[in-house]
Design a protein around this ligand. Structure first.
Ligand code: ADP
Ligand code: MG
Length: 316
């Protein structure tokens, strides 16, 4: 591929700023703001594939399904909830990207690809599910669901019982060729929502959805590796990455090498698990597979970070 291609993983703050801004209208405003910064990148010559998180949205969808079930509606399975979240978030991003491109007079189509990510049914995560999803239940409700639906349920710090699911490592992107064709055609592509809808490949070759969640930074790192992207850009709530984060020795990092990133990861204390650690791991996997550079910053600083003025750049 001759064009400069960036895979951009956008975080939760690009859709929901805080608890008081969760409505569709608020999510549109947040998406529009991030789209503006991404369009500046496109104007500067980048082809982009935008992936996004879906944690709160899939949570809302599931909660609505649970409420609906009490009224006699059929419960939605978790993979289908994931697909719904890709649809609603992808719609919002496709529209805000379109509007922002139009404002700049850039004639570029935008498309959203519903995407399935293959995971390994033997991934150890399935033996030890840890990600809580859905609402709280009483002990008896939880145990009944465990018996009838095969759910794994746990008591959550005295607050009640919850279902937990696995977060397996993404292995393969089903729609990879379609995404690649869109980028080559110069189409702004939105995909890898919530890390992808988790599916397994059955012995007979068929795909089948599974109840799991995929880390969106891992899913986007996989895409960046597969398409040999020039850049993996992780847009999140912080301008830079820190070492000794949240301690008196906290130090904000402008640049680190792959070797330094791996050394900090091994020390274990710098990047919080579940937030920054998966981002650094996503960058490490990308660079180990031949990627040249990964950048972490917040939406408003994307332009400055690309010019080397801020953000945390990780190089091979
Ligand atoms: P996203 O929705 O973008 O994935 P996360 O909340 O999962 O956002 O991750 C971003 C958060 O990671 C930051 O807002 C910050 O509070 C936290 N964080 C944890 N460790 C670090 C670190 N070492 N440097 C900077 N931020 C960190
Ligand atoms: Mg996150």
């Amino acid at each position: 591929m001759t064009k400069k291609v960036a895979v951009i993983a956008i975080g939760g703050n690009s859709l929901i700023k805080d608890k008081d801004h969760q409505s569709c209208a608020d999510q549109y405003i947040a998406a529009d703001e991030t789209s503006k910064h991404i369009v500046n990148m496109i104007e500067a010559g980048w082809e982009v594939v935008v992936g996004h998180g879906n944690g709160p949205q899939v949570g809302f969808i599931l909660q609505k399904a649970e409420l609906g079930e009490k009224e006699g509606l059929a419960m939605a399975s978790l993979d289908v909830c994931g697909a719904q979240s890709q649809g609603q978030i992808g719609y919002m991003l496709a529209q805000t990207m379109h509007n922002q491109l139009r404002k700049k007079g850039i004639d570029k189509p935008v498309a959203c690809v519903l995407e399935q990510t293959i995971v390994d049914p033997n991934d150890p995560a399935f033996k030890n599910p840890t990600k809580p999803i859905g609402g709280f239940m009483s002990e008896s409700e939880a145990k009944a669901k465990a018996a009838s639906e095969g759910w794994t349920v746990v008591e959550d710090a005295g607050r009640g019982w919850r279902r937990v699911v696995a977060s397996p490592i993404p292995k393969e992107i089903v729609e990879l060729d379609a995404i690649q064709a869109l980028i080559e055609a110069g189409i702004v592509t939105i995909s890898i929502g919530g890390g992808g809808i988790p599916v397994i490949r059955k012995e007979n070759g068929d795909l089948e959805g599974v109840a799991a969640v995929i880390d969106k930074d891992f899913g986007n790192s996989l895409l960046a590796r597969e398409i040999k992207a020039d850049l993996l850009l992780i847009s999140t709530a912080v301008e830079k990455v820190a070492i000794n984060f949240g301690t008196p020795d906290e130090k904000w990092i402008d640049k680190m090498t792959l070797a330094e990133a791996k050394a900090y990861m091994e020390e274990g204390k710098h990047f919080k698990s579940g937030s920054m650690a998966p981002k650094i791991q996503a960058c490490i996997w990308f660079l180990e597979a031949g990627g040249k550079q990964a950048l972490i910053t917040n939406p408003e600083n994307i332009g400055r970070a690309l010019r080397g003025e801020t953000g945390t750049l990780i190089t091979a």
